[in-house]
Design a protein around this ligand. Structure first.
Ligand code: ADP
Ligand code: MG
Length: 583
């Protein structure tokens, strides 16, 4: 084979592929450039998940006319000049390849003006080449408009997830940077609708409220600032254990103002919450690390999403201690060892409503949860439960034995011992009841004595408006109450009030995958079932357990919860005999 140099435009596309994976990569590079330019306002506009249009406008330092074209060159940067600079990086960018990479895979327009220059510059690039350069009038700052992303890379375009998934990633990025830079005013427009806006007051508490919603912000406590041996400083905010979420999207890590993803840091924080959160749930926390730039290598990943620490272990220990101390001192909570069960893989996009684990609640709450959707005595018997057909995936009649670890129900069947996960089982029951009710008529709702105010984020409010009909069909009544406040007036009969905030946060987050109405409603139904179901860690009376087992017997798919986790484990008599060496 003959070795030859690749044509320059192909080489550029290959290099660009590393930096620009998907629309959020463009957003990240442009927002970081704006922050490096000292912007106090960053406005982002996105159309069609960022593929059609992604625009970032700032009021930063601008680019001198003489350097505008140079900014789009490969490895051209104003942030680094000598090799040793690489170990003292204080800017977010330094590789000098973002603008160049973006221009290689999209149509780009930039207008820019430094404060001390009379006129601004307009540049238009196609396929990485400048096709127009002219003078323009504009306020000081820079606007980069990226259109038709990957128009010249159809293969990559095919790999993109749905518009909604891409938009969700961009929202998460803006949310993170808005929290890391509370003094900067951020705004995000998705398809013409404003879904995020911060006021840039410089107060993190305010940014937390604007980004995560007031209810969440109120449940967050500042960490005491701690300093480690390695000249590292940890500060931030941690959510009360009641704020648990179905995924790790509520965890934000910043290292010297850079938003990073780091498994060890996530682990350190989650360990600090150990036994405080329901099993399988994740906390909300913002961790801000300041370390000597010489102690962190930010040049290990083309998108700079990951970093490497010189004294990682010390740092993780420091984070963990700071979080734990805040949680345990400020809120003494019951200490329970988490139960680690086996979790079956869940199809993508369905993880968010994963089961809630242990959580102590009052017997009244338990009773209310178990009352939920039990068919009224005068209801037509054919409606719920569905007719039973004997078969391999039906539960046989079971005799109740008792409860184990306030989490599992022990029962005896004709062929052995049954261990039933009370939460998973109840989730399955609720889910099928809700489904049946929805098909027949409507889900019965119950008005709250005191309508409950909830504070939504802009994104959540937009989503609520968009999905109002579906949400009401599920038995909720939620009315606008001025600003970001909404009033929950009614919930499905028996839905526990304490779950309203967590439920809405989960329901109204960007869901991965295509948001076709049908799929959305299915997931919403699962989320209702999950939040309404009795928790692990709740003591159940004998009657309650017997009811639960009866209702589970009546379901169509008694062996798995709606997310695919098992509800029941069976130990056959043969297995028992083997274990006891009777055979
Ligand atoms: P890097 O950020 O790694 O330096 P980029 O390709 O992102 O590389 O940008 C190249 C250069 O263009 C930057 O170093 C900076 O001087 C200039 N630049 C890019 N975006 C902006 C902006 N929004 N405001 C001011 N200058 C910018
Ligand atoms: Mg850059």
């Amino acid at each position: 084979m003959t070795i030859r140099a690749l044509p320059p435009d192909l080489a550029a596309q290959i290099a660009a592929g590393e930096v620009i994976e998907r629309p959020v990569s463009v957003a990240k590079e442009l927002v970081e450039n704006a922050l490096d330019a000292g912007a106090t306002t960053v406005q982002v506009e996105v159309r069609e998940g960022g593929v059609r249009l992604l625009q970032v406008a700032d009021d930063g330092c601008g680019i001198p006319a003489a350097e505008a074209v140079l900014a789009f060159g490969r490895h051209t940067t104003s942030k680094l000049s000598a090799a040793e600079d690489l170990y003292h990086i204080r800017t977010l960018g330094f590789r000098g390849e973002a603008l160049c990479s973006i221009a290689a895979v999209a149509r780009v327009t930039m207008t820019t003006r430094p404060r001390d220059e009379e006129a601004g510059t307009l540049l238009r690039l196609e396929g990485g080449q400048v096709v127009e350069q002219s003078l323009t009038a504009r306020p000081a700052g820079t606007t980069v408009t990226v259109e038709n992303l990957f128009y010249n890379l159809p293969a990559r375009r095919k790999f993109l997830k749905s518009e909604n998934t891409e938009a969700g990633h961009i929202l998460a990025l803006l949310a993170a940077y808005a929290l890391a830079y509370p003094a900067v005013r951020f705004a995000l427009l998705l398809n013409g609708r404003e879904v995020l806006r911060t006021s840039g007051t410089g107060r993190t508490e305010e940014a937390l409220a604007e980004v995560l919603g007031l209810d969440t912000a109120r449940a967050m406590t500042p960490l005491p600032e701690v300093t480690g041996r390695t000249a590292a400083r940890v500060s931030g905010y941690v959510g009360a254990p009641s704020l648990h979420r179905g995924n790790r999207d509520g965890l934000f890590f910043f290292v010297n103002g850079r938003w990073v993803q780091d498994r060890s840091l996530s682990f350190a924080v989650e360990e600090a919450y150990r036994s405080l959160l329901p099993n399988g749930r994740h906390p909300v926390a913002l961790i801000d690390l300041r370390v000597d730039p010489a102690d962190v290598d930010v040049n290990i990943h083309p998108t700079k999403r990951e970093v490497r620490f010189r004294q990682g272990q010390d740092l993780f220990g420091l984070v963990q201690k700071a979080v734990r101390r805040t949680l345990v001192e400020d809120a003494p909570l019951p200490q329970m060892e988490p139960v680690r069960g086996q979790v079956v893989p869940v199809p993508e996009g369905r993880q968010m409503a994963m089961h809630l684990g242990r959580e102590a609640t009052t017997p009244e709450a338990t009773r209310a949860a178990l009352e939920l959707f039990r068919p009224a005595p005068n209801a037509a018997p054919a409606e719920v439960p569905p007719p039973r057909a004997p078969g391999a995936n039906r539960l046989p009649p079971l005799r109740l034995v008792g409860q184990v670890a306030q989490t599992y129900i022990l029962a005896e069947g004709p062929d052995g011992l049954y261990l039933i996960d009370q939460h998973a089982a109840h989730e399955r029951i609720m889910y099928e009841h809700l489904q049946a009710l929805r098909q027949s008529l409507t889900i019965p709702r119950q008005a709250l004595l005191d309508p409950r105010p909830v504070e939504l984020t802009r994104y959540q409010a937009a989503k609520l408006e968009e999905r109002r009909e579906t949400i009401e069909r599920l038995g909720f009544e939620i009315a606008p109450f001025g600003g970001a406040t909404y009033l929950v007036r009614a919930v499905p009969v028996g839905f526990p009030e304490r779950e309203i905030t967590n439920f809405l946060a989960e329901l109204l987050q960007p869901m991965p995958g295509k948001e076709v109405e049908r799929a959305w409603e299915e997931r919403a139904l699962e989320t209702v079932a999950c939040h309404a179901a009795v928790r692990a860690g709740q003591t159940l009376s004998e009657t309650e357990m017997r009811d639960l087992v009866r209702q589970l017997e009546a379901t169509t798919l008694p062996y798995t919860c709606p997310h695919g986790r098992p509800t029941t484990i069976r130990l056959t008599l043969t297995q028992l005999e083997k274990e006891f060496k009777r055979r």
